[in-house]
Design a protein around this ligand. Structure first.
Ligand code: ZN
Length: 120
């Protein structure tokens, strides 16, 4: 890696003085450490604002979690409705119930709330 220029070193000192945190990630363009500003933005001392791929992955995981939690709520209210029909329901209802419970189980596992099946 190239030695950082005096300008870059000064910029890094300025960022630290402004309360930015030095990150383990490095700028893909110049290899300097990236900094996280108090505002949450990630910047390179030379290139300014950068978008770290890891952040995008985190964002999509947050979205997946939101979707799963919404599905979970919907399935739970569906199950509540089925509970009321279970008295006069036949095997059709039982099959439907199993499908929803399996879906719920997978969601719980994806959300990390249920232990994996092999953990006995
Ligand atoms: Zn850079």
């Amino acid at each position: 890696m190239e030695k950082p220029s005096p300008t870059a070193v000064k910029k890094m000192a300025d960022l630290l003085r402004a309360g930015a945190a030095m990150l383990a990630e490095r700028c893909p363009a110049c290899g300097l450490p990236l900094f996280r500003l108090k505002s949450g933005e990630t910047v390179c001392p030379v290139h300014g604002r950068v978008y770290v791929v890891k952040t995008d992955e985190e964002a999509s995981r947050v979205t997946l979690q939101g979707v799963l939690e919404e599905l979970e709520r919907n399935i739970v209210s569906k199950l509540a409705g089925m509970r009321d029909r279970i008295g006069d329901g036949g095997s059709e209802l039982a099959r439907e119930l199993i499908v929803w419970l399996e879906a719920l189980e997978r969601i719980e596992r994806l959300l990390g709330r249920a232990p994996p099946e092999s953990s006995k």
